[in-house]
Ligand binder design. Structure first.
Ligand SMILES: Nc1nc2c(ncn2[C@@H]2O[C@H](COP(=O)(O)OP(=O)(O)O)[C@@H](O)[C@H]2O)c(=O)[nH]1
Ligand SMILES: [Mg+2]
Length: 194
C-alpha cells in the first residue's frame, strides 16, 4: 500500500521549536546543509514543481516547514552551515533543529542530505553522528548525482560511506534533476511509515 505522495500540501511554518504542534502522525524529516538540494528533492518526491521553495538565496529562511502527505508529515528542517549569517541567526537554526529532535515526536525517518560531489564535511559528520547517537532511523540521500558520471557517483558513494562510518545500504544516490533514486527514496519513506 503506497503513500499518495502527490496529495502533499503545505501545513504550516514554525520559527521556534516551542511553536511546533504535538506529534500526532508519523514524521519524516529532511535535514542538510543549505543549498544541498533539500527543497528540490522534497518537490521531486511529492511530484510537485514548487511545493517546497527552491532558493537562489540560500539560507534566507530559518523555519521548520511541515507538509502533509497522505497522513504523514514531511518536516523540512532549516538548512545548516550557511556561512553568510550572523552568529545569532546561526544559533537560531541550531536551536530549531535540536529543539525539534529534543521533543517527544514520532521520528519515523530522517533523510539526511549530503552533496555527492564532496568528501565528508565536518557539519555533515556532526549531523550523522548526532542521528546515530540518538538512535534515530536515518537514510543518507546523496544529492546532485547528475553532476558526476555513473561510475564516479558509485565510487564517491562508497567513499562517503566509509568516511561517515555507515553501510552503503544506508545511502541512496539521488538526482532531483534526473529523477535518479527518487523511487527508492519513496520506498524507504513508505517502509518507515507503515
Ligand atoms: N544539478 C543539480 N542541481 C540541483 C539538484 N538539486 C538541487 N539543485 C540545485 O541546487 C541549488 C539549491 O537547491 P535547493 O533545492 O534550493 O537546496 P536547499 O537549499 O537545500 O533547499 C538550486 O540551484 C538547485 O537547482 C540536482 O539534483 N542536480
Ligand atoms: Mg530549501
Amino acid at each position: 500500500m503506497g503513500i499518495k505522495f502527490e496529495t502533499a500540501r503545505f501545513e504550516a511554518a514554525f520559527g521556534t521549536a516551542e511553536q511546533l504542534p504535538e506529534s500526532t502522525t508519523p514524521e519524516v524529516a529532511f535535514a542538510g546543509r543549505s543549498n544541498v538540494g533539500k527543497s528540490s528533492l522534497i518537490n521531486k518526491v511529492v511530484r510537485r514543481k514548487a511545493l517546497a521553495r527552491t532558493s537562489s538565496q540560500p539560507g534566507k529562511t530559518a523555519n521548520i516547514n511541515f507538509y502533509l502527505v497522505d497522513g504523514i508529515r514531511l518536516v523540512d528542517l532549516p538548512g545548516y552551515g550557511f556561512a553568510k549569517v550572523s552568529g545569532k541567526e546561526r544559533q537560531r537554526w541550531a536551536d530549531l533543529i535540536s529543539g525539534y529532535f529534543d521533543q517527544e515526536r514520532s521520528f519515523n525517518l530522517v533523510v539526511a542530505l549530503v552533496d555527492i560531489r564532496h568528501d565528508a564535511q565536518k557539519l555533515d559528520v556532526q549531523m550523522l553522528d548526532f542521528l546515530a547517537d540518538a538512535e534515530l532511523p536515518f537514510v543518507v540521500a546523496l544529492t546532485k548525482a547528475d553532476k558526476l558520471s555513473r561510475a564516479k557517483a558509485d565510487q564517491q558513494a562508497a567513499r562517503l560511506a566509509k568516511q561517515f562510518g555507515i553501510p552503503r545500504s544506508q545511502m541512496v544516490v539521488t538526482s532531483a534533476e534526473k529523477g535518479t533514486g527518487i523511487d527508492e527514496l519513496r520506498r524507504r519513506i513508505e517502509d518507515a511509515c507503515n
